[in-house]
Design a binder for this molecule. Structure first.
Ligand SMILES: Nc1ncnc2c1ncn2[C@@H]1O[C@H](COP(=O)(O)OP(=O)(O)O)[C@@H](O)[C@H]1O
Ligand SMILES: [Mg+2]
Length: 146
């Protein structure tokens, strides 16, 4: 196994808590000449369509897609400032952890970079559940940034 970093996936939920991870991911990509993808997985609440009503459901879906575009655009912009082209990727239909782990596997990602915490950001918790599940299941290095 080599320690080459040619592909980096930065996972973002668009929160304040992920900003350091974005900086590290971009910095490492620049230092290693790596290709960067910015991943946002559309989170689903598990509330059924029947419980919400269709209009409410569509509005929420659109809102979450917008969140994803904003979150990935932030990483694209940070990349641009460093002279890098970042590929924005929005994944739907999976849990955030599965979306990140599967993307990394399918795209031969050498390093996943993410925050210890995200949108929920409970300060007494060491590691959020998405971060924990990615560390647990990704069969590759994960850099978790506080
Ligand atoms: N929906 C998501 N899409 C992509 N990355 C995510 C998503 N949710 C969380 N992450 C990544 O996981 C990190 C930790 O977030 P998480 O485990 O959800 O903690 P919290 O419980 O504080 O929200 C975030 O900083 C981000 O890098
Ligand atoms: Mg979260």
């Amino acid at each position: 196994m080599s320690a080459e970093i040619k592909t980096i996936a930065i996972a973002t939920d668009g929160s304040e808590n992920v900003m350091n991870a974005v900086e590290w991911g971009i910095g490492l990509a620049k230092a290693n000449g790596a290709k960067v993808s910015a991943l946002y997985v559309v989170p689903h609440t598990g509330v059924t369509l029947a419980m919400r009503g269709e209009m409410w459901s569509k509005a929420l879906e659109n809102h979450l897609k917008d969140e994803g575009e904003k979150a990935t655009a932030y990483v694209v912009e940070a990349g641009k400032k460093a002279g890098l082209i970042v590929e924005p990727v929005i994944i739907d239909g999976k849990t955030p952890a599965d979306g990140i782990v599967d993307f990394a596997k399918e795209n031969d990602t050498n390093l996943i970079v993410m925050g210890t915490l995200g949108v929920t950001g409970l300060s007494h918790i060491l590691l959020g559940s998405v971060a924990e599940n990615v560390v647990r299941h990704a069969k590759r290095p994960v850099l978790v940034i506080p």
